[in-house]
Design a protein around this ligand. Sequence first.
Ligand code: NAP
Length: 247
Amino acid sequence: MNTSKNTQVALVTGASRGIGAAIAQRLAADGFAIAVNYASSSQEAEALVAQLQALGTKAIAVKADVANVAEVRAMFEITEQQLGKVDVLINNAGVLKTVPLANTSDALYDQTFDINVRGTFNTLREAAARLNDGGRIVNFSSTTLALNMPGYAIYNATKAAVEAFTHVFAKELRGRNITVNAVAPGPIATSLFLDGKTEEQIQTFAKMPPLQRLGQPDDIAAVVSFLVGADAGWVNGQILRANGGLA
Ligand code: NAP
């Protein structure tokens, strides 16, 4: 592990694949030491860490279910011990299953709220005590919240809660010089979006934004890079809808 290069520490939840992995790569390129959180994809997380380390970034993989408060606490402790106190928290971990509200099982409701809402709550509460002053927090909402499409009731409800956390927490951190914002992506070509859709459905989504394509994980990583960088220092309590103009 190269220990010479990075000073500031970024913890990215759900960074084993998809948007989170792209964020980890981008923030590493920006000069952060990176904690790659994952829940079950240990091979992908370890491969990403090896890739970051090979490029000279100080990086670790940390297994933790964000819905589990003890695991979240341990995730921060391991990160502090191995990389130092956290400057940047990216609350990217999330799940989506589209089911009409009437057909949603209790188990799916619980799982979606546990990961998307309680997971964000757990890391925010922990971050309140642990984040360095001057730090940055980026939560993850979704453009689906504005589209009100059938099948998205439970998922959208979780993202509405995340947006509420974002607005209030930005104010509760008054005096710490910590910004709290959220990104609300439109459709991004990851397994969360692609799995279970036909090619026709995917193409329908791809044509929806005026920019006429699906977003890529790097599109969102670039937005996160901006929000945690020096140029976004005056952006606070905002929801940035990065969706090619979809909504
Ligand atoms: P993805 O490709 O399915 O990746 C999800 C990531 O979250 C994986 O690294 C997964 O790790 C992790 N994760 C899932 N449950 C977890 C848990 N309990 N604890 C810790 N990590 C957990 O999803 P994505 O498309 O990159 O989505 C990332 C975020 O963007 C989510 O919040 C999602 O709601 C939001 N978003 C996505 C889109 C889109 O179109 N893709 C659009 C709008 C918003 P394991 O593999 O180890 O479980």
